[in-house]
Design a protein around this ligand. Structure first.
Ligand code: ZN
Length: 280
């Protein structure tokens, strides 16, 4: 839950906070097991939208993206590329059960979209897209591609989007409460604009990025990909310049602290990777 905005007295803030918790059904959940990387932050989720409903909506949005890409002749054009990305996903997905068992039953889908954008994402419920721009401009090794996909999958496992939505709902209602309390005018339109701003336009938080980085390297290591590739990929990306950075390389956390964190956590999960190599 976000900090309460207050333009009144502490007492008024307290009343607003109590009203908020009464009105907005929120519960504290653990979306994932903590893994070797130890991601264990409790999350506040709205009870208004369940995981299942959220994943269903995401699946609908995913079909729309694929349909639009297909119409423009931009879907899965290069069979070799599609097979490469899918085979990496086939190795990563079984490792997701370490973090959450139900992920094994998700309707995982992996598709390649033709676009100059250096980008990749995983929608809630396991709907993945990799853009050809990422492959063309970074020439990633399989380990590096696994680093990107592991990071995106981690966002989905942690349900970061539903968490953002929960915060947006809470804030939207909170603005109304404060408006009523202070006599300020608020309208439904303002609230929906706020919602759009928070949910659709807001990038992942620094905390979410760090969690996805850490879980991502563990997923890669457990799946037999060298987790240190997350660091080399970051460095390649830094040399690109010019282009808008993909979601997973968004400007926060800062480049340096991110690389340091990735170095620490990729070393921590290295024994998991080495174990997979001994079994080969
Ligand atoms: Zn990310």
């Amino acid at each position: 839950m976000k900090a309460i905005r207050s333009n009144g007295s502490p007492a008024r803030s307290l009343i607003a906070a109590l009203a908020l918790s009464a009105l907005v059904g929120c519960q504290t959940v653990r979306t994932t097991e903590s893994g070797v990387v130890g991601v264990d932050r409790p999350q506040r989720m709205s009870t208004l939208v369940s995981s299942e409903k959220f994943n269903q909506d995401a699946a609908g949005a995913y079909q729309k993206v694929l349909g639009d890409a297909a119409k423009k002749g931009q879907l899965n054009l290069d069979r070799g590329q599609v097979e490469r990305v899918r085979s990496i996903a086939r190795r990563l997905v079984p490792s997701t059960v370490v973090f959450r068992r139900d992920a094994a039953r998700w309707g995982w889908e992996i598709n390649v979209i033709t676009s100059n954008e250096v980008n990749a994402w995983c929608m809630p419920g396991g709907k993945i897209a990799v853009y050809t721009g990422l492959i063309a401009k970074l020439s990633p090794t399989d380990d590096e591609l696994a680093a990107v996909m592991g990071h995106e999958i981690a966002h989905a496992l942690r349900e970061h989007s539903r968490e953002q939505y929960s915060q947006a709902v809470a804030q939207g209602i909170l603005i109304d409460i404060l408006g009523a309390a202070t006599g300020a005018s608020t309208s439904a339109q303002n609230t929906s604009q706020l919602f759009l701003e928070l949910f659709v336009n807001r990038p992942h938080s620094r905390t979410d990025e760090t969690e996805a980085d850490r879980i991502g390297v563990e997923l890669a290591a457990r799946s037999g990909f060298d987790p240190r590739a997350a660091v080399t990929l970051w460095k390649k990306m830094g040399k690109l310049g010019g282009d808008k950075p993909p979601e997973w390389l968004s400007t926060h956390p800062s480049d340096q602290s991110r690389v340091r964190d990735l170095q620490v956590y990729s070393e921590r999960v290295l024994p998991l990777y080495e174990e997979t190599q001994r079994k080969r």
